[in-house]
Write a protein that binds this ligand. Structure first.
Ligand code: ATP
Ligand code: MG
Length: 757
């Protein structure tokens, strides 16, 4: 069974042959009885609750086509809401396949874009002009910051971003500034936020602007304000369909309910076990309340899974059963039992990355699974860094789905710009990039003056920053510039004594980036901090800052490989929702990583993490592998890691633990390019370290030297040293060498450029 053979494509290809006159019955082919019911049901509300891979999205898509094919609805009378743009594209594509260009008149989109479309037409109802601007998160924050300045509030103690986040949360709960003040007025901080919120709302209105949350809120407000607008949409969209309903928040739910109030042809599908957006105010209770709101709703349950093997389902069922707050349900399949779930226990994250690379290569060569049909999931964005590097190293084409590649992220680019500036004080682009990052009051006008002064006196931009006053700066800009150049001097002085990892730490600390992020106190800010920690870990692999900076320039610029033959997909588990792949690897299964540190002390959060694991596992069609690392560098610090509780919750008979099937001899080392063992880690005797395919050994011949303790040797890079320990023989021969200038290094002789002195 390949992806194509039981995905919808083939079937739908047939149907589109007769796209002018569709036979409705052909749309019921390949559906089970309950699925057919859901497709053909008419007149009134319909709730499909079902587990992962049971055909909810298929039912929704078919239902749309069936409505059109039977003539029960015209394309323009249908609105289908999906959770992500990716899912929306997929649905539109399928419907176009089916009904051709008529599909254009149908609305298939996310909540946000549907609301925007409505507002573009009718926002005048709320006093907005047609061409209103949309503020993205950054714009919103700047607006908040300006207001705080006007109110003379200390933006260090209360960061604009955290205020922005609080306002957004209030909006998601549909709290107006007044309601917010009423609810939280007792708390001085909240009272302040209420005040900012009030002004913020006014300002946006004056500026004829809306932020993202406003799109939803105003779409609701607009329909409330004008009965004519409400009625016309109610009449137009006679059929509403919502996928992933478990992740709708209060505002979205309200919007749907208003549109459906008249005709009540509302079909929602969802799975409460896959609700993973609580942090964005998603509320599973919307599903439960659906039945209360529509007592006559038809409820259809689907329990047969068409995606995964029984083994994968058994694992998913067993884990999700540990959640106390859920309705018990059990997925089954008529399909194969399938192969066992492969478990790889890695020594560290590099070992994990290498194994993943070798595993996807194996899946491709042994099982003929194409790159496009494989996906690698991780809990936090920062984890993609090592995986990306190992994919590059192993020549595995990859793409990072719906997320930025690690080195494209703003905080990473900023920190690297500082590092580059330390190495090269004349680096103009880097200096300009970070002189006001984090904010130091050195705005564009001030930067222009510095630039002009530098040009006049033959100084680089960073050098010119030493002469702020002469360049004509004053006040905040002058102070900020002075602070900046002082800090750079300090860092440069420090950098002689620090390792690259310590320098990255120092940059994050001394530049104020770290404090700024901590002050924001939002999930996003912490995720950026995690990314910076990851960068420090990356730096730990290098001997000098120069080496690191050079290597980073290459990694950051390297094109993503593989246009023709496809690419494997790397993504966070959150992004994976709704998707499916023949082969899936879920990585980083360690306590504090997944489940995330923040969830360890909170039962509700922990259940959400478990649902996230359930989502990840149920994306897999045929092959599933799980990995964890015994140690991982978090924040530049190597920490020992405990395997995730979720691994324990998978019944052991479903798992093939690769570690125990391989001889420990082979599994006791891992190599990097220079032949070092386990990088910053110590010799790990006996621990599962590198049980996967080791990189091809291109012998350097040093294993044949027959070294003994006490022998003097010379390394191409580390110079002279003394052998202090030897182990193994042949291509497994290892030695610990105490280098005169670099201390003790663990070497795999076959991989290292070593000679007798
Ligand atoms: P999720 O909860 O992950 O969003 P879902 O319930 O939306 O899953 P779908 O993506 O619609 O499930 O379907 C899962 C897979 O099973 C798809 O490949 C789909 O084409 C296939 N499928 C669904 N129903 C059937 C069926 N009756 N016969 C064969 N294949 C089916
Ligand atoms: Mg789905």
């Amino acid at each position: 069974m390949t992806r194509g053979s039981f995905s919808d494509e083939s079937l739908w290809g047939n149907a589109s042959v007769s796209s002018t006159r569709l036979d409705p019955d052909s749309l019921l082919e390949g559906l089970t009885l309950p699925q057919r019911e859901a497709v053909t049901q008419r007149g009134g509300p319909l709730l499909v609750i079902a587990g992962a891979g049971s055909g909810k999205t298929r039912v929704l898509t078919r239902r749309v086509a069936h409505l059109i094919a039977t003539g029960d609805a015209r394309p323009y009378e249908i609105m289908a809401i999906t959770f992500t743009n990716k899912a929306a594209d997929e649905m539109r594509r399928r419907v176009v396949d089916l009904v051709g260009s008529a599909a254009d008149q149908m609305w298939v989109s996310t909540f946000h874009s549907a609301c925007l479309r409505m507002l573009r037409a009718h926002a005048d109802v709320l006093g907005y002009q047609r061409g209103f601007t949309i503020y993205d998160a950054g714009d919103a924050e700047t607006a908040v910051e300006r207001i705080m300045k006007e109110l003379n509030l200390d933006t260090k103690r209360l960061s604009p971003r955290s205020v922005s986040a609080a306002i957004s949360a209030a909006k998601n709960e549909m709290l107006s500034p007044e309601a917010y003040a009423d609810t939280y007025g007792d708390d001085p901080q909240r009272r302040r936020i209420a005040e900012i919120y009030q002004l913020y709302a006014q300002r946006l209105k004056v500026a004829n602007a809306m932020d993202f949350d406003d799109l939803l809120l105003n779409a609701v407000a607009m329909m409330r304000a004008d009965d004519f607008v409400l009625r016309s949409y109610q009449q137009r969209f006679r059929y509403l369909l919502v996928d992933e309903f478990q992740d709708t928040n209060g505002v979205q739910n309200e919007w749907v309910m208003m549109l459906a109030a008249e005709h009540r042809n509302l079909c929602v599908v969802g799975d409460s076990d896959q609700s993973i957006y609580r942090f964005r105010a998603a509320d599973v209770r919307n599903i439960l309340q659906f039945e209360m709101r529509f007592p006559d709703a038809r409820v259809i349950l689907l329990e047969q899974n068409f995606r995964s093997t029984q083994t994968i389902l058994d694992a998913a069922n067993a884990v999700i059963a540990k959640n106390a707050n859920r309705h018990p349900k059990n997925l089954f399949t008529d399909g194969a039992q399938g192969e066992k779930i492969r478990l790889y226990r890695a020594g560290d994250e590099y070992d994990e990355g290498r194994w993943v690379a070798s595993e996807v290569r194996r899946l491709r060569s042994e099982h003929g699974i194409g790159w496009n049909d494989m996906a690698i999931f991780y809990r936090t964005n920062a984890q993609s860094r090592v995986l990306e590097e190992e994919m590059l190293r192993a020549n595995v084409p990859y793409r990072v789905v719906s997320g930025m590649r690690f080195y494209d992220r703003k905080e990473i680019k900023n920190a690297l710009a500082y590092a580059r500036l330390l190495v090269n004080p004349r680096d103009e682009a880097s200096a300009r990039r970070v002189i006001n990052e984090p904010k130091r009051g050195v705005g564009e006008a001030a930067q222009a003056k510095l630039g002009a002064y530098g040009a006049e006196h033959g100084l680089s931009f960073a050098e010119a920053a030493h002469y702020g006053a002469a360049a004509g700066l004053s006040g905040r800009a002058l102070a900020g510039t002075a602070k900046f150049s002082f800090m750079l001097d300090e860092l440069r002085a420090l950098s002689n004594d620090l390792s690259p990892r310590e320098i990255i730490d120092a940059i994050v600390r001394e530049s104020g980036m770290g404090d700024a992020l901590r002050a924001e106190d939002t999930d996003e800010a912490y995720s950026r901090l995690e990314n910076l920690g990851e960068l420090a870990s990356a730096a730990a692999q290098y001997d000098t800052l120069m080496d690191f900076v050079e290597r980073m320039a290459l990694v950051a610029d390297s094109d993503q490989l593989g246009s023709g033959e496809g690419a494997i997909s790397l993504m966070t588990l959150h992004v994976a929702k709704g998707l499916e792949y023949p082969a899936v690897i879920v990585t980083g299964l360690e306590e504090t990583v997944f489940p995330h540190r923040r969830a360890l002390l909170d039962d509700d959060e922990l259940e959400e993490e478990r649902r996230l694991f359930y989502v990840g596992v149920t994306r897999a069609m045929r092959y599933l592998a799980l990995t964890h690392a015994w140690s991982r560098t978090l924040w530049g610090q190597r920490v020992e890691a405990i395997a995730s509780r979720f691994l324990q919750e998978v019944p052991s008979e479903l798992i093939l633990d690769l570690t125990s099937t391989l001889p420990t001899r082979r599994s006791s080392f891992s190599l990097d390019d220079d032949g070092f063992i386990g990088r910053t880690t110590q010799f790990t005797s006996g621990r599962a370290f590198g049980t996967g395919a080791a990189p091809p050994v291109r012998s350097t011949g040093a294993e044949k030297l027959g070294l003994a303790v006490g022998d003097r040797v010379v390394h191409d890079r580390y110079g002279p040293g003394v052998v202090v320990r030897t182990e193994g023989d042949g291509s497994h021969a290892r030695a610990a060498v105490n280098f005169d200038e670099h201390g003790v290094k663990q070497l795999v002789l076959a991989m290292t450029p070593l000679h007798r002195a």
